[in-house]
Design a protein. Structure first.
Lengths: 263, 448
């Protein structure tokens, strides 16, 4: 990927006696999943370009427990949550940004009742903020007139009513944004939520991701944009099932911005 | 003789009063049963902004804001809803007339009365049209969501019966007015000239040439059947999915206020986890004090383990199936149907209620439960927790919360998660990630 990324841990900030502007919660997918790691890198490029003082927890970060909670394991969720809260509160973290809508939802909505109170934003919201305040602008025309359709991640859209930020950010690429019939509040799930990502689906006549990509393909897109590493995996697999991997790409909003701005 | 005649003339009033008392009394009896059954649930979190709750009720139940998401069904539904609410003003007059032996007692309102009766008639006509369209959607077009497996048998019949009853009530109302109009025009005593009849004026000619006696008989029959029909319908509610016309109001009031993605925190777990994580805690301190108490059951395997709002949800569901038609699992042929989750919960709760009735107020274990006997594990594990069902519900029912409580039971009480999920969870326990990677490698992505 070429030039080195500047990523500092909270521990390093502490040693320097400094405080970052925001904590980047990378999440398990963003840390370990090969496809999602590219999203983390693209987002850091944006942060570096906008000269944002951000920190990561690195080895001190642990799974939010979101997926354990959706699977029904409240014990494991709360154990994870309390460990993370101890670390976050220990560093006095106030603001968190993440590329994963599941982490976003859990940190924002489910950590407060366990003692973790932070201002949490999704990376598409943060990118929009950087653009609105003039800290980031896109010069490139890479995606001009390309057809992009945005797949709303359930835990960003329906679950937390964040619909506009990703769309406004995408609009900055000068691409042509097309909407699927089911979008925003009525968007269809990619099939990964509720711990489905980690198990085989129950017997049925179709896989959910194949149905959702079919809906996306109906808009004849060049690119399917997402804002979630799990949606990304599901939609990518769906595109393969439709044998469209040569003509349609699945990209995260952060990747689109990073490559559009020639970062 | 002199005494008997006035007594006889009071008989209709007395019969009416008896029917009315019985109709309302039996309804109240069932409402009490309904409340008792709902209270079998655990405590629910109903804190939060009261103002927002009233607003939700006003917008969603009274204002039908979520019905119109689907414009055709929404518009038809508003007609039937407004029709029934407004036409029921007429029922007030019918009840007073019935008790006092008067006829059209509000006739003194003059022009306003004409306006009222006139609008009731137009609404009645519109209700008939809407109900016919509803019937066609269910039985001729056979919309997918009305013919799912859980709709076979009674639910399908129930849906149609409601339409038939509404149709009959509207026809009786119009027949009553048409014969009344005919009698008014003949100048028959007791039939004061009052009201406007924009619809029944077209039915009235059918009765032309009939004798006064036959007309009075028809008018009275229609009048009686109409009010008896309403009392019957009122009592039918408890045995039907149609309870939503009442329960939609409390249900939208007590509906979830938090973001849809926020699942409730299980306090009982929090207490135990805190104890486990606190190095200074004495592990024996709490057990000795409370060892007579049974430890709280995690999650739900039966209706009594759910909270009362979830049980209210179950009684409120009118089986419209919007949830199921939006469900990604159901759309791709999986067994899960959020509507079935609600119907199963209600049916099991009714079964528990009958058990309590039969056993002098105390539930006797019947070897059955909501899990497995009603809702299968396959259904529970097919859910993506996407909230599409919650979003789709026009009356703020939350099927997902029931699915979650049942998953919690399976995982925390029975360790019965699918194997792959157990692997995922042990990865989290061991490495702090759902995959088997070393926690120390969390930053490797930076330099790859």
């Amino acid at each position: 990927m070429g030039e080195a990324l500047v990523v500092k841990t909270m521990e390093e900030y502490m040693a320097e006696g400094k405080e970052p502007e925001i904590l980047f919660w990378v999440g398990s997918a963003g840390s370990y999943d090969d496809r999602a790691k590219k999203i983390s890198r693209a987002f850091v490029k944006i942060l570096n370009k906008a000269k944002v003082d951000f920190a990561v927890l690195g080895p001190e970060e642990s799974c939010t427990g979101d997926v354990a909670k959706r699977a029904g394991n409240e014990f494991l969720f709360q154990m994870q949550a309390m460990m993370n809260i101890e670390v976050l509160n220990g560093y006095g973290i106030k603001r968190i940004v993440t590329c994963d809508p599941h982490s976003f939802n859990t940190l924002k909505n489910e950590y407060p009742s366990l003692g973790g109170n932070y201002s949490v934003v999704h990376h598409t919201q943060f990118i929009k903020e950087l653009m609105d305040t003039g800290r980031l602008s896109i010069e490139g025309q890479t995606y001009k007139d390309k057809r992009i359709t945005f797949h709303d991640p359930c835990y960003l859209g329906r679950a937390n009513s964040v619909f506009e930020a990703p769309r406004e950010v995408l609009a900055k690429t000068n691409a042509k944004i097309t909407e699927m019939k089911r979008h925003k509040k009525t968007a269809l799930c990619c099939g990964a939520g509720g711990a489905q990502m980690f198990k085989e689906p129950e017997t049925g006549d179709m896989d959910i991701n194949v149905l959702r990509t079919q809906q996306a393909l109906e808009t004849s897109p060049d690119i399917i944009a997402t804002g979630c590493p799990y949606c990304n995996t599901m939609m990518t697999d769906g595109i393969k099932a439709h044998e469209k991997e040569d003509s349609v790409k699945v990209l995260d909003v952060a990747e689109l911005i990073a490559s559009s701005g020639n970062l | 003789m002199n005494l008997i005649i006035p007594m006889i003339s009071f008989i209709p009033n007395i019969v009416f009063a008896l029917f009315l008392a019985f109709g309302i009394g039996y309804f109240i009896k069932n409402v009490k049963k309904l409340i008792r059954n709902i209270k079998l649930g655990r405590e629910a979190d109903i804190t939060g902004n009261k103002g927002q709750r009233w607003k939700n009720m006003a917008m969603i139940a009274l204002g039908q804001s979520k019905m119109v998401v689907r414009p055709i069904a929404g518009l038809m539904h508003i007609i039937v809803y407004v029709g029934f609410v407004i036409i029921n003003i007429e029922v007030l007059e019918i009840i007073i007339d019935g008790l006092l032996g008067t006829h059209r007692i509000f006739a003194f309102l003059g022009g306003f009365y004409d306006f009222l009766i006139g609008s009731f008639e137009i609404l009645a006509f519109l209700v008939i049209v809407a109900v016919l369209i509803f019937w066609v959607r269910r039985n001729v077009i056979r919309l997918k969501r009305f013919i799912k497996p859980e709709m076979e048998g009674w639910p399908k019949k129930d849906g149609n019966l409601i339409l038939y009853i509404e149709l009959v009530l509207m026809f009786l109302f119009l027949t009553m007015n048409a014969t009344d109009l005919q009698l008014q025009q003949m100048g028959v005593e007791h039939y004061v000239e009052a009201g406007a009849f924009p619809i029944s004026q077209f039915i009235a000619p059918l009765f032309e040439g009939m004798s006064q006696e036959s007309l009075v008989l028809m008018e009275r029959t229609a009048w009686w059947l109409h009010i008896l029909g309403i009392l019957f319908f009122l009592n039918y509610l408890y045995f039907s999915k149609h309870l939503h016309i009442l329960l939609a109001f409390p249900n939208t009031f007590y509906g979830k206020l938090n973001p849809q993605g926020q699942f409730n925190n299980v306090e009982a777990v929090t207490n135990e986890v805190k104890l486990m994580m606190d190095p200074s805690a004495d592990p024996f301190a709490s057990t000795t004090e409370e060892d007579t108490e049974e430890p709280e059951k995690f999650g739900a395997s039966d209706v009594m383990d759910l909270n009362w709002v979830q049980l209210l949800n179950a009684y409120t569901c009118t089986e419209c199936g919007r949830c199921t038609s939006e469900c990604p699992a159901n759309q791709t042929g999986k067994k899960l149907s959020p509507r079935k989750i609600m119907m199963d919960t209600r049916d099991r709760l009714e079964e528990v209620g009958k058990n309590i009735d039969a056993n002098k107020g105390a539930f006797q274990p019947d070897g059955k439960q909501l899990l497995d006997d009603y809702i299968s594990r396959e259904e529970l594990w097919a859910c993506t927790t996407c909230n599409a069902c919650v979003e789709a519900c026009p009356v703020s029912i939350d099927p997902l919360s029931i699915i979650m409580e049942m998953r919690r039971f399976l995982v925390m009480e029975q360790s019965a998660a699918p194997t792959e999920l157990n692997n995922m969870m042990s990865n989290i326990e061991n490495n702090g990630a759902p995959w088997p990677y070393n926690q120390m490698d969390r930053l490797n992505w930076v330099n790859e």
